[in-house]
Design a protein around this ligand. Structure first.
Ligand SMILES: *Cc1c(COP(=O)(O)O)cnc(C)c1O
Length: 379
């Protein structure tokens, strides 16, 4: 029998504990496991960097939610990315990255991997011809984010998968913004899905974590080896927090989407607002592709102010319910100024973001309260 998404979120990897009957997965807060004689492992566990039962539960749940065969959990989204990239790439390789990639991912390519001898080309991924043209014989990997951060650009995952297949390169999709509830890249032809579980999967702004999900058993084995060899694993309590958050992902995302749609509509009609970036708006250039590959349009909304950068900064400092903070994907609404906050690290690069841009992570509070808060800040 195949189960629906919400059933998997609550049950996948989470059978009641056979030794105690504990309905929720215990936090196995231990570094090591007793061996029954030298090399005799009781439950298959030896040392918690290599594997821990709470992390195993999370990994099985994440794999199920992405319709993938293998899940790996990490201490952060960037730890997951670093482990993946240094497993599949070697000095001399080339990668194609989005021209509005998450700032931290860009920094990883531009500073850590560039020094390691991996070249990169930023491309506007919505333009499939430009992507095809950027692939060289040295290209090993196509890195995709959709929707993108902070401009909510949409890339056609199935279209990119076709290009990747023809070129014999890996398609990696950072699915953090959509979450597996709204979009499942592996079913659209991607090879590996990356998550910052810090965001929607954890969902409560109380944990930092990352994940990889994939189908290829041989690559999964190499990644498991590197996960242990490089050691950037999440602790048992952090694993448990993400697992607990994931249980309500579906209902949270439905509300995030509904609230964000109302916020985007209100902003669009507001005289002090310039452009509104939300893939749910029919005039958004990626609207049709988003409607085809996503179940809903997500909880992130960005917009510019006709009054420019000073007005953007003023709005960020005037909201009360929208808390001025980095990060996203929690139940509470957040507001931020990408150029000076989340994307300060891409200042002066081809990925620089507009100075008059404000990014919202629309939470699941009462939507009328959110609209009032924004109207007041804009007034
Ligand atoms: C936050 C984020 C990351 C990095 O994840 P961390 O958990 O902060 O390391 C990567 N990609 C996207 C799209 C993000 O929003």
């Amino acid at each position: 029998m195949t189960y629906g998404f919400e059933t998997l979120a609550i049950h996948a990897g989470q059978e009641p504990d056979p030794s105690t009957g504990s309905v929720t997965i215990p936090i196995h807060q231990t570094s090591t496991f007793k061996q029954d004689g030298v090399g005799g492992l009781r439950g298959g566990y030896e040392y918690s960097r290599s594997a821990n039962p709470t992390r195993t539960a999370l990994q099985e749940c994440l794999a199920a939610l992405e319709s993938g065969a293998h899940g790996l959990a990490f201490a952060s989204g960037l730890a997951a990315e670093d482990t993946l990239l240094r497993t599949v790439l070697a000095p001399g390789d080339h990668v194609v990255i989005p021209d509005d990639a998450y700032g931290g991912s860009y920094r990883l390519f531009a500073t850590v991997l560039a020094r390691w001898g991996v070249a990169y080309t930023p491309v506007h991924l919505a333009d499939l011809d430009a992507v095809r043209a950027a692939v060289t014989p040295a290209t090993k990997l196509l890195w995709c984010e959709t929707p993108t951060n902070p401009l909510l650009g949409i890339a056609d995952i199935a279209g990119l998968a076709g290009i990747a297949r023809d070129a014999g390169v890996l398609l990696v999709v950072d699915n953090t913004f959509a979450s597996p509830y709204l979009q499942q890249p592996l079913t659209l032809g991607a090879d590996v899905v990356v998550h910052s579980t810090t965001k929607y999967l954890g969902g409560h702004s109380d944990v930092v974590g990352g994940a990889l999900v994939l189908n290829d058993p041989e690559l999964a084995q190499r990644l498991v080896f590197h996960q242990n060899a490089m050691g950037s694993v999440p602790g048992p309590f952090d694993s448990w927090l993400v697992l607990r958050g994931a249980k309500t992902l579906g209902v949270r995302m439905d509300r995030h989407c509904a609230n964000a749609a109302r916020v985007a509509e209100m902003l669009q009609a507001h005289p002090k607002v310039g452009a509104v970036y939300y893939p749910g708006l029919p005039e958004h250039p990626g609207h049709e592709v988003a409607a085809k590959q996503m179940r809903g349009f997500g909880g992130m909304v960005s917009f510019t102010l006709t009054g420019g950068e000073q007005e953007a900064l003023r709005v960020c400092e005037r909201t009360e319910l929208f808390t001025l903070a980095e990060s996203l994907g929690g139940i509470e609404s957040l507001i931020e100024h990408p150029a000076r906050m989340t994307h300060a690290s891409v200042s002066g690069s081809p990925l620089e973001v507009p100075a008059d841009l404000v990014r919202l992570s629309v939470g699941i509070e009462s939507v009328e309260d959110l609209l009032t808060d924004l109207r007041t800040a804009l007034s």
